[in-house]
Design a protein. Sequence first.
Length: 254
Amino acid sequence: MKWLRFRHADRVGFGTLDEGHVRIHEGDLFATPRDTGERLPVSDVEWLTPCSPGKMIGLWNNFQALAEKNGWARPAEPLYFLKASSSFAAHGATIRAPAGDVGRIAYEGELAVVIGRTARAVSIDAAASHVFGYTCANDVTAMELIGRDPSFPQWARAKSFDGFGVFGPVIETDFDFARATLRTRVGGRERQNYALSDMVFSPAELVSRLSQDMTLEPGDVILCGTSLGVMPMKAGSQVEVEIDGIGVLSNLYG
């Protein structure tokens, strides 16, 4: 099932995507929501982020092809950072360049895992039962800012400007990452095309290992990292991240 959140007039709601319509539900998205029987055309609603995460965790160096190209060693454990909740942006939103001189801004098309049940020190075998589903993400990054001060890598700042945590449009609950491919298009031109099976740490491994460090709550999002093809964006570019079986996340950078 494909779950989404929306705004319609003064109403914020959620439901499932059903042949061009939203089948509206009520209750808790992560705890047996109830179908109200009401439907709205997708064309009549504003897309919101498909959940409201308490935190977004991003992975670095989690794809083998990118590591091999850059001469990076295979990580012994997940290498990650956090993105501020104020950075979250939905499908269709415009990604604004930050004020001031922060250098070039890059797209990073990624698969994102959405937590559905509280996970605290869970095993790899149990991890899948704590995953609600998967969505598309664009981990927007001020790439030159990270290393601008040699005394302090600025990961949090470079990753957390308003609008830099883009994800959606839906959460797909029936998804096999090992069979899927991610493609990123910028201005209609394909820039990324990689198999999600190339991950160093699978989604289940990420959930398990991260839950040893911090409690993962329903709605939290884990960005699985990116692969080859990351480049700076030009103002006015439409950026699309497409994942087989999930859909297309599309945003204007400008």
